[in-house]
Design a protein around this ligand. Structure first.
Ligand code: ATP
Ligand code: MG
Length: 552
């Protein structure tokens, strides 16, 4: 991470607050997900920002589930969110739920009613919208706005007691129907919803709105810096209004630009559609921008944190190129992933002059890029090998430095070979390649005096293990599917998953462990899929070795 980068605007605010002795030098942030879906890379930005800020200024961060909407929320989501935050490497001070404050919030509402600052409105949603006016015309009040405090207290208690059906009444704050800020034109505080809540059960049939829950929850926890995305800028005045009227802890809201990433969608509603309609294999499908998808794909927490650090914190929205995320994971895996040989599109290579039945054992470094090395492993060599189909050319062009009849190439960590002949099937596909080897050209002890330009990878046919390989590409064909005409799902990339059912891999890869990255030499970084079994190994491609989209 870049240590000497300049402060972002939120850090500047915090440093100023610290310098002024505000909150006695205390910094307390919170990450407030709504448990209605899995976290995605956009949430990672918010997590890194909130937790990162606290770490930097000796503060703390609460994990607060913003569970004020009973219908869409689920325990499955709560569990996944906790797992993802931990996996990213962060520890929260307290695990809290907005629903834990329902009694307190109810009391706050009663207090505002008593102050004449809230009233029960019997209007329908349409009527309320029609009475709100427009940005240039003030709203019009209605008869409910003049209800007495006593009547409001009674009606609100009746709402809570379940006397009314959904939508029959709402509680509104009495702020200012002429405010240029539409959010201040008597915003809703409570609505009636006869629904079971995943934590409070059937205790409540009225639920607070976001604007009346969020700031109050911040104040209850004494959050010093409440960070949210830019779409909440117009809510800030209301955030402050409630806090001032209630005379509670003065938490402050600050807004930053959300992360937008190209070739994907990030709204939980859209991600849910992809899952429910079967376009992907669950929330953790390796093509999803979810944290769990990235994890299954082989991304590391460090690479995601580095990505968030690099994109920084801005006050204006922009679109980040997914190639930056790919760059971050390549950088990380280059230092940590063990190198192995795997042949994804195999063709048989027979070394005519190698003794039948002979086997040799060669060795190669696990990771030549690792500082101080990372040990080595052994692998067998024999007369028949698998090599990549595109490492042989029937009629080699001038600049082709791999195998062809009459061309020489080195087999990685083994011998130099020379192409001799090949056979084809009826369809014209090459079925076997024959070559000869130079016994004196053994890697590490090469006395042949011959220099070859190319090196290719291979596996011994009789020793190789087989594996299924899943090659992932971008889930969408266009940069911003949400902004295209028609449905975003019309822009799904039909080639986002290519399955290779039988690849041949080094025998040592039978010991691969889920979550441990490996580089298939010349092919990319891979990781074992969660559904892999010892009988059927499955590898996911995390990322190619180079940016293959840059050329397109
Ligand atoms: P969605 O609209 O997809 O449901 P959300 O913003 O409502 O997403 P929350 O669970 O409410 O999701 O978000 C929790 C926190 O993460 C909020 O503070 C929110 O501002 C932040 N967040 C969500 N998406 C992004 C993003 N793309 N970039 C940065 N922060 C984000
Ligand atoms: Mg939200």
């Amino acid at each position: 991470m870049s240590e000497e980068r300049s402060l972002n605007f939120i850090e500047e605010i915090v440093e100023e607050d610290l310098a002024n002795g505000k909150h006695a030098g205390r910094v307390l942030t919170r990450f407030p997900p709504e448990p209605n879906g899995y976290l995605h890379i956009g949430h990672a930005k918010s997590i890194c920002l909130n937790f990162g800020l606290a770490q930097k200024y000796n503060g703390k961060t609460n994990l607060r589930f913003d569970d004020t909407n009973p219908v869409k929320e689920d325990v499955e989501y709560v569990d996944s969110i906790k797992e993802d935050v931990k996996w990213l490497g962060f520890e929260w001070a307290q695990e809290l739920y907005a629903s834990d404050y329902f009694d307190k919030l109810y009391d706050f509402a009663v207090e505002l009613i008593k102050k004449g600052l809230a009233y029960v409105d019997d209007s329908t949603a349409e009527e309320i919208a029609a009475q709100k006016g427009t940005p240039t015309e003030p709203g019009t009040g209605n008869e409910y706005r003049n209800r007495s405090v006593e009547e409001n207290l009674q009606l609100f208690a009746d709402m809570k007691a379940g006397k009314y059906a959904d939508g029959e009444k709402v509680l509104r704050a009495k702020v200012d129907l002429a405010s240029p800020n539409m959010h201040l034109r008597d915003p809703l505080m409570y609505r009636i919803k006869h629904a079971h809540h995943h934590r409070t059960g059937d205790k409540w049939c009225i639920y607070p709105m976001y604007d009346f829950a969020h700031g109050q929850s911040d104040a209850i926890e004494e959050i010093t810096h409440s960070l949210c995305t830019l779409e909440f800028v117009p809510h800030r005045q209301l955030y402050e209004w409630f806090i001032e009227q209630l005379e509670i802890f003065p938490s402050k809201q600050y807004e930053f630009a959300r992360l937008n990433l190209n070739y994907t969608v990030m709204s939980k509603r859209k991600l849910l559609q992809l899952v429910e309609e079967g376009h992907v294999d669950g929330w953790d499908d390796p093509r999803m921008p979810t944290i769990s998808g990235l994890r299954r794909r082989g991304y590391t927490p460090a690479s995601i944190r580095e990505f968030c650090e690099r994109i920084g914190v801005a006050k204006r929205e922009n679109m980040i190129d997914v190639s930056l995320l790919e760059f971050c994971i390549r950088e990380d895996l280059n230092k940590t992933a063990w190198r192995r040989m795997a042949v994804l599109d195999p063709v048989k290579l027979i070394i005519d002059n190698y003794p039948d039945g002979q086997t040799e054992t060669f060795s190669g470094e696990n990771n030549p890029e690792a500082e101080g090395g990372d040990g080595s492993r052994e692998f067998p060599f024999s007369k028949e090998l698998w090599i990549e189909r595109d490492d042989f050319m029937e009629a080699p062009t001038k600049k082709y430095f791999r195998l062809g009849v009459g061309l020489m190439v080195r087999l990685k960590n083994a011998y130099i070979i020379k192409g001799e002949s090949f056979t084809k099937d009826a369809e014209g596909n090459i079925t076997e390649i024959h070559c000869s080897y130079l016994p004196e050209s053994k890697s590490g002890n090469d006395t042949s005096g011959i220099n070859v330009k190319g090196t290719i990878h291979w596996v011994s046919a009789q020793h190789a293990k087989t594996a299924e390989i899943r090659l992932y590409d971008r889930l969408f064909k266009v940069e911003d599917p949400s902004n295209e005409e028609g449905d975003f799902k019309d822009y799904i990339n039909p080639d986002s998953l290519q399955i290779i059912s039988t690849a041949y891999i080094e025998p040592d890869l039978a010991n691969a462990v889920a979550g441990t990255p490996v580089q298939f030499m010349r092919k990319g970084y891979f990781t074992l899929d969660k559904n892999s079994t010892p009988d059927k190994l499955v590898f996911n491609r995390t990322v190619t070795l180079k940016d293959s989209w840059a050329k397109k």
